[in-house]
Design a protein around this ligand. Sequence first.
Ligand SMILES: [Zn+2]
Ligand SMILES: [Zn+2]
Length: 181
Amino acid sequence: MGRLANIPEIHAKSILIALCADDSVLERRALNLLKQIAAFESQVATKNYQKGTKRKAQSAVMICVQCQSPFHEEDNDDKACRYHDGLLNVDYESDIWADHDENCHGPIDTDENRFQHPEGFVWDCCDKLGHRSGCTRGRHNALSGSRGRYGDTPGTGLLEDEESSTEDEASESDSDKSQDD
Ligand SMILES: [Zn+2]
Ligand SMILES: [Zn+2]
C-alpha cells in the first residue's frame, strides 16, 4: 500500500483504467468514489461561500482507506473517521440469501456481493450488519491500512453522516432489533 502512495499520478491513472477494464465491480467502485469526491468538493465550496471565507492553502482531497470517505488533511482529527476495525463475513442466515443457490448463482462470499448486498454480511468487530456505520472512531487514513476496506457502505458514508454525526452508535444498533417488535 505504501508503494502505491508514491507512484506518479500519470501512472496511477493508467493503472486504474487497466484494472477497471476487466473488472466491472472495481469500475463501479471507482466511479462511486469519484462521485463522492465531487459531492464533497461542492459541499466544502458551499460551506466556505456561506462563511464568506476562502481557504488559503487547501490540500488535495484524499480518500480514507478505512471509511472510503473523502477528506482534507487539515480537517483530520482523532474523531474524524468512523469505520469497522474488523472483517466483513457472510451472514448465511440472512434472508437475502434465502433463494441463493451457490451452485447456480455462484458463490456468496465475493467482493461483488459485499458491494451490492452489504446487508447480507456481518462485521466481526461488532456484529453489526455490513451496511451499518462504523463502530470505531479515529483519524482518517489515506496512505495505509490493511483493514476496513468496506468501512462504510459506498455512497452513504459521507452525506448521511453529516446530519447524524452525534455520538449515536449505541442507539443506532438498538434500532435494528426494536423493529422486530
Ligand atoms: Zn464494527
Ligand atoms: Zn475515514
